[in-house]
Design a binder for this molecule. Structure first.
Ligand code: PXP
Length: 243
C-alpha cells in the first residue's frame, strides 16, 4: 500500500510569514527519504498555501508519485498539463473552507468532471476523483472515465465512537464497489496516528493520502532538535567561536 504525503501544511506555515521558509519541496524530499511513496499538493484557486513556484519545484524534486490535487476548472487543467503530475486528483473547492469538506458533486458537476478527465487523459495524466463513500458517487466516477477514486475517510475520522464502525463500513463497501467497477482505489482525509490502522487494514486499497497529522507530528517531534541547534549556535557565539 502506498503512502502519499500532503505538504500543503508546510506551505501554510511558510505563508504565515511570507518568504521561503519552510520550503514544501524540501519537506517533500525529506518525506521521500522517510519512505513516502508519493507527494501531494493542492493548488487552490486563491493560492492560499501552495503556489505555482511550489508546483514547479515539487515536480522536479518528486521522483516518486507526484499527485496534484485540483479543482476541475480550465485554469487548473491548463496548469496540470504544463506541470505533468503523475496523478491529478479532482476535488471540490470552496473558497472559505478550512480544508476540502466533502467529495465531488458527481451529479451536478458530472459534465465538468468528465470533460476535465478527457483533457487530462489526453495528455497521459491519470485522474483520480475524490468522492464520498456512497454508491452513486462510485458508479458515476466509473462512468466519468476516471482511472482511480479516493474515498473520503473524513466522515469516518470525525465520527463519534458510536458511529465510527458504521462509517468504516461505508468506506469498506465503497472500496469494494469501486474495485468491482474496475477502478483503482485510494482513501484519505482526516487519517491520523490513532485511526489509520482500521482503514489500512481494509482490503483493496491501493494507497492512503495523508497530510495534517503527519506535518503536525513532524512539528512536535522536531522541536527538541531545533531548539538544541539554536542553543548550540548561541553557546558558540558566547564562547567567542565564530567559525
Ligand atoms: N485527500 C484529499 C483529497 C484532500 O483534500 C486532503 C486534504 O488536503 C487529504 C487527502 C489529506 O487530508 P488530511 O490533511 O486530513 O490528512
Amino acid at each position: 500500500m502506498i503512502l502519499g504525503v500532503n505538504v500543503d501544511h508546510v506551505a501554510t506555515l511558510r505563508q504565515a510569514r511570507g518568504g521561503y521558509d519552510p520550503e514544501p519541496a524540501t519537506a517533500a524530499a525529506l518525506a521521500i527519504l522517510g519512505g513516502a511513496d508519493g507527494i501531494t499538493a493542492h493548488l487552490r484557486e486563491d493560492r492560499r498555501h501552495v503556489n505555482d513556484r511550489d508546483l514547479r519545484l515539487l515536480r522536479e524534486f518528486t521522483k516518486a508519485e507526484f499527485n496534484l490535487e485540483m479543482a476541475a476548472t480550465s485554469e487548473m487543467v491548463g496548469i496540470a498539463i504544463q506541470t505533468m503530475p503523475d496523478l491529478a486528483t479532482l476535488v471540490p473547492e470552496k473558497r472559505k473552507e478550512l480544508t476540502t469538506e466533502g467529495g465531488l458533486d458527481m451529479k451536478g458537476d458530472f459534465r465538468k468532471i468528465s470533460d476535465a478527465i478527457k483533457k487530462l487523459n489526453g495528455k497521459a495524466i491519470q485522474v483520480s476523483l475524490f468522492i464520498d463513500p456512497d454508491e452513486m458517487a462510485v458508479e458515476r466516477a466509473a462512468k466519468a472515465g476516471a482511472q482511480m477514486v479516493e474515498i473520503h475517510t473524513g466522515y469516518y475520522a470525525n465520527a463519534s465512537r458510536k458511529n465510527a464502525l458504521e462509517e468504516l463500513k461505508r468506506v469498506q463497501a465503497s472500496v469494494a464497489l469501486a474495485k468491482s467497477a474496475g477502478l483503482m482505489v485510494n482513501a484519505g482525509h482526516g487519517l491520523n496516528y490513532t485511526n489509520v490502522k482500521a482503514v489500512a487494514g481494509l482490503p483493496g486499497i491501493r494507497g492512503l493520502y495523508i497530510g495534517h497529522s503527519i506535518i503536525a507530528r513532524a512539528v512536535l517531534i522536531g522541536i527538541k532538535d531545533a531548539v538544541r541547534e539554536m542553543k548550540g549556535l548561541i553557546a558558540e557565539a558566547r564562547a567567542g567561536f565564530t567559525g
